[in-house]
Ligand binder design. Structure first.
Ligand code: MOS
Length: 730
């Protein structure tokens, strides 16, 4: 099915199931611990051996000698796999986190060996006996130092820069300006479930039970790395304990489990031990950013400049300028993304890549501009709204309710109680402040396929290799199928994350919800046609409701259609050029109240509110959870998360969950989420957009602005830890 023109009225619009707050259909499995995650799959676990990864102890250099004799002789050991005997692995030029190192080492904790043994404990014990000798060489580990080596005039590929009007001239002559540098540190995904895989071979056919966000990417990548046909691989990933971008595709656990299973001739289980994950796998790149804003005295933006320097994500930069290119009006603009190559572990996508680090800085700069103008920060943003893409004025936003988000949020939060002058509100030892920021994140849709079967007993089963990484996919796909076939949610089963099912969108880029429901919609259209044909209804005005099918004045039970046997509809939704004609984005506004201890600088978030506009909200319960989780992660980025580089040795020092601290919901007493009414007919047949990544953008800046409002201290280097406040507290 092809989606080429904005959606008109369709069966989803009845909203009997879609759009209703719905608890997760997989909830009981999760809360009883019976949903099998990759490492826990019973069937392949029987008779499986265990692999344990040995990570490199240098960041860059060579393995001079690798003595595995003692490890091989240790109790229970079945094999020790190293680059010397693993055969050729094609990991491409960049994706070194998937590789087995040797003789060259590309980053710290890159796998140098996998020890395979009868038990996990034996594999772990023997791993300590692997004795590598290294020759380390110097590497580039410090973004700031590398940035200084890049001449300002160094050319940037056209796709990494944008220019509209005369930025330099306008900025130089602007009545009010902000010109500031900001930094954001490296971040770790720190998902609950570690990377884990069970691999099993049947002849030349490989099955991977693995934790992966995009099954299709996994098939493509593991086939390429191992040099086997894609159709010889099956990936099974029904439950995934969080990913946040870190489980996009294949990582070392899957590659090594596959190699080991082949070697020992039985299934092998590999999970990455938590302290290895931070350096062995991927992370969000740190950035250095310069923001320049020029405005009239009345607050109209006339010049917007945003430059960002980062390490490389594969061959790409962190796209921090993405939100700046779209968020505010202003006739003269420039953006630039510069890569400084670093010899750190591979950087990759992490929740709202681009928008997240970009909004961390842009939205502080807007707060600084508002203060210089003597203007309310909400009013400044409202004044500079645009309903067209500021870089392509003939391209309107499909929907853009940023102003409504800002105004609703200000009203509901009690923004008028904020004191415009910083450090003026005090409750005992606590300095109280409020801050706010906008939120923006793209709303892409990608091809997604599904099959929907109607069994003789009337049960509907949805099958797609789409994943549920904790986001609620099972439930929204069940809602979609129930609505389309006019049955209750309790009549629908959903089976996900198996590459034997039609290929779904996968979870990533905030495209999962809109894309995968559209795929199920397309499959349901096919199924409805078959049902109608069986019942002898032709024509297009067939209605499915309350377990019955109506057409022309006739009505028959849906079950009648399957009396003669099961029916199945299968299709994919594909897209035309609506994304070229419309800027498709999601918007929001964040409001935060903090209290800062006047003596110690300790920061407490007291209240947070997010107001979001993101198309039709398919399941308000799950969407609210997505936003709450994102706000909590935003609080982490603002106040706690800092993957610290040892700039001499070139590795992340705090590589465990004791040293890399993340907040939880209980750290923030009051979080509220409002979704504005919206349907976006350009987004797909459900008129819905994703929300998972929207909720994090802007949050750290709103918190930074609240800390400034409380204390009068402007921190431009994240995270805002109390040492950055201590000597400047009022
Ligand atoms: Mo996401 S960071 O695009 O999985």
């Amino acid at each position: 099915m092809k989606f080429t023109t904005p959606a008109t009225t369709n069966p989803i619009d009845r909203l009997k199931v879609v759009g209703q707050p719905t608890v997760r259909i997989d909830g009981p499995l999760k809360t009883t611990g019976t949903a099998p995650y990759a490492y826990e799959q019973h069937e392949p676990s029987a008779g499986a051996a265990y692999g344990y990864v040995v990570g490199a102890a240098i960041a860059k250099g060579r393995i001079v000698a690798l003595d595995v004799a003692r490890a091989r002789a240790a109790p229970g050991v079945l094999a020790v796999i190293t680059a010397q005997d693993a055969g050729q692995l094609d990991v491409g030029g960049f994706y070194v986190a998937r590789a087995l190192a040797g003789p060259d080492i590309q980053h710290y904790h890159q796998a140098v060996a996998l020890v395979v043994a009868e038990t996990f404990e034996q594999a772990r014990a023997a791993a300590q006996l692997v004795q590598p000798r290294y020759a380390a060489t110097a590497g580039a580990f410090d973004l700031a130092a590398e940035r200084e080596k890049i001449p300002a005039s160094a050319p940037v590929p056209p796709a990494r820069a944008s220019a509209v009007g005369d930025f330099d001239g306008t900025f130089a002559n602007a009545e009010v300006t902000v010109d500031q540098m900001y930094t954001t540190p490296h971040h770790a995904h720190a998902m609950l479930e570690p990377h884990a895989t069970i691999a099993a071979w049947d002849g030349d056919k490989l099955t991977l039970w693995t934790a992966i966000q995009l099954v299709g990417w996994g098939l493509r990548d593991i086939a390429k790395i191992l040099g086997i046909p894609q159709q010889n691989v099956r990936i099974v990933a029904p439950y995934i304990g969080g990913g946040f971008g870190g489980k996009g595709s294949i990582l070392s656990d899957a590659v090594l489990a596959a190699l080991a299973a082949k070697r020992v001739g039985r299934p092998v289980k590999v999970t990455l031990q938590r302290p290895l994950m931070f350096n062995n796998t991927t992370h969000r790149a740190s950035t250095i950013q310069r923001i320049r804003l020029g405005a009239t005295k009345a607050g109209m933006l006339t010049a917007i400049g945003h430059e960002s320097w980062s390490g490389n994500l594969g061959d790409r930069p962190e796209a921090s300028t993405a939100p700046t290119r779209l968020l505010y009006a202003g006739a003269n603009r420039m953006t630039k993304l510069v890569v400084a190559h670093l010899d750190l572990p591979e950087a990759s996508a992490m929740r709202a890549p681009g928008e997240m680090p970009g909004m961390m800085t842009l939205e502080i700069a807007m707060d600084e501009l508002a203060e210089k103008l003597g203007m309310d920060p909400v009013a400044l943003r409202v004044l500079n709204d645009t309903q067209v893409d500021p870089e392509s004025p003939d391209k309107p936003f499909s929907q853009r309710q940023l102003v409504a988000c800002l105004q609703r949020g200000a009203e509901q939060f009690g923004w008028n109680r904020r004191s415009a002058r910083p450090a003026t509100r005090r409750e005992g030892r606590w300095l109280i402040g409020m801050g706010m920021a906008s939120a923006i994140r793209g709303a892409p849709v990608v091809k997604s396929a599904a099959r929907v079967r109607l069994a003789k007993n009337g049960r509907l089963t949805v099958e797609t290799d789409m994943t549920d990484i904790g986001t609620g996919t099972y439930t929204i796909l069940a809602q979609t199928a129930a609505e389309m076939l006019g049955v209750g949610l309790d009549q629908v089963d959903v089976r996900l994350g198996d590459s034997r099912f039609p290929q779904g969108a996968g979870s990533g880029g905030q495209f999962g919800a809109a894309s995968s429901t559209a795929g199920v919609y397309a499959a349901c259209v096919k199924l409805r046609e078959q049902v109608a044909a069986r019942l002898g209804y032709n024509g297009s005005d067939v209605e499915f409701a309350n377990g019955r099918v109506r057409a022309g004045g006739n009505s028959r039970p849906l079950l009648d259609a399957v009396a003669a046997g099961e029916l199945a509809g299968e299709d994919a939704m594909e897209y035309g050029d609506l994304s070229k004609r419309f800027a498709q984005q999601t918007f929001g506004a964040h409001f935060v109240e903090v209290a800062v201890d006047a003596d110690t600088g300790e920061i407490r978030i007291r209240r947070m509110l997010a107001v979001c506009a993101a198309g039709r909200i398919i399941n308000p319960t799950a969407a609210r959870s997505q936003i709450i989780g994102a706000m909590t992660m935003g609080a982490g980025a603002a106040l706690m998360e800092d993957l610290v580089v040892d700039k001499r040795a070139g590795y992340f020092v705090n590589h465990d969950l004791a040293g890399y601290e993340v907040p939880v919901h209980a750290d923030i007493p009051h979080q509220d989420v409002v979704f504005l009414d919206e349907v976006d007919a350009t987004a797909g047949p459900l008129k819905a957009k994703g929300v998972g990544e929207l909720g994090i953008t802007g949050v750290p800046a709103a918190i930074a602005n609240a800390v400034y409002n409380a204390t009068g201290i402007r921190v431009r280097d994240y995270p805002i830890t109390l040492d950055k406040l201590l000597d400047r507290l009022p």
